[in-house]
Design a protein around this ligand. Sequence first.
Ligand code: FAD
Ligand code: DLZ
Length: 508
Amino acid sequence: MVRLVLVLGDQLSLGLSALREADPETDVVVMAEVMDEASCVPHHPKKIAFCFAAMRKFAARLQGLGWQVAYTRLDDEENAGSIGGELIRRAAEFDASEAIATEPGEFRLIAELEDLPLPVHQFADSRFVATHAEFDRWAEGRKQLRMEYFYREMRRKTGLLMEDDEPAGGKWNYDHDNRKPPPEGIGFEGPLRFEPDEAVEEVLALVEGRFAENFGTLRPFWFATDHEQAEAQFAHWLAHGLPKFGDYQDAMMEGEPFLYHAVIGLYLNAGLLDPLEVCRRAEAEWQTGRAPLNAVEGFVRQIIGWREYVRGIYFREGPRYVERNALEQSRDLPAMFWGGETGMACVEAAVAQTRDEAYAHHIQRLMVTGNFALLAGVDPAQVHEWYLAVYADAYEWVEAPNVIGMSQFADGGIIASKPYVSSGNYIDKMSDHCSGCAYKVKVKTGEGACPFNLLYWHFLDRHRDRFKGNPRMAQMYATWDRMTSDKRETIIVEADAWLARMDAGEPV
Ligand code: FAD
Ligand code: DLZ
């Protein structure tokens, strides 16, 4: 009996559980480029092109290994337009009465598979360190779900950076060593860039024709689109980027979109690289003395710590997590997120590189665009959709907890024990943007005052009832309370006026 084996665009791993359960002799792999997935949010053209090109190459790889693959291209006439529709169409074509799949990374798609008239058995996604049950067992009964403690469990489970039962170097976490301001210059050229081959060019033409209106520039397109290329990019970063990754992890620099970051999130999340394997390779760099412990621990923590932890939160909190709005913020996402004019150099730089590369690094996402949206009171659902659309590594399981939880505090504090907000000071300390900005970071009110300075106090003031009892915010409120009432009023009035200009679509 023929069974269909669904492989989604972010499941491009030969070790995928659905493929391991399948029989290449009798089963048919189904892969489909469909409008439902390509337009559920206005994805960045580079993200769509990466997904389709990598899918096509993975399908060819499976065929080369002897699998029968039923592959649907976006422009195929019979394309049913959705993953469910394609499964039904292929079931009729191959006379299949059931399908198997690896659990998708989004509740919407899990439900779509569950609701089909065709039985689809969903296997756990074994490309992660922790199962859902393991995460839930860890979380059960805890007052706070602190990533740090979960991360230690993952270190023990994997044995990564462990010496017997103790953390390598005697400390679990070297984050304190990883907060250096931007260096004078960058001695790393950034990620490897791959010239599009014929197969990629074909996809680029398709995306140019169908998604020209989406925010983001398609060309030059340079992403890796198969395992070998992604592997080459990772090896390049291990040798040249990793040693300084830790030191400058939180820095931001004008004209340096990647600094020492790995730029592998898109490859890990699509299945072209394996998370445990990349951690073991980074660990070996430390063991052989080629990279320092603060860099390697920082990297390992992002992958077996944060990446696993946010996935655990997403699946634990359920499908309505993305609707949370604990702070009841309701402003529309301003035009500057879609490339509208702004004088704020840090926001301009983060959005411009997002437009050009479908990439921004963590601190830009958290402390520039995320910080701004939170301070300005933007509706978290709109912030969530923006992040899901514009980054090449964005899939709901990883994006939503980072945005709804970590960045926007919209889950009420499940992930973050206090909101990630800062005035212009933090951006000035960690970047070189402020010197070329139309605003003045040292100016708190009046002509040229940095909007982050005004909005920071506006945020604290309007959410006072919620945060006044938070011991981690006591210092901030004490500072606010020490200001004269005239000064406080000036700040609120100026912040309101600035927000009103932004809402009216004036360049700010
Ligand atoms: P590096 O800085 O080199 O880090 C290495 C790897 O660690 C990353 O590739 C990623 O796999 C992992 N990692 C690091 N931080 C996190 C984190 N907080 N959560 C999960 N994995 C992490 N990451 C995504 O993969 N997809 C997203 O859609 C996404 N959205 C984000 C939205 C916001 C508001 C914030 C604050 C963070 C988001 N992140 C997301 C996490 C992080 O910003 C990206 O993983 C990282 O910037 C990817 O670039 P890189 O590969 O160069 O990462
Ligand atoms: C992101 C994406 C896009 C743009 N298009 C497709 C597609 O046409 N077919 C497909 O199988 N997958 C696509 N994906 C990835 C899915 O959206 C992803 O599998 C779900 O969001 C679950 O993580």
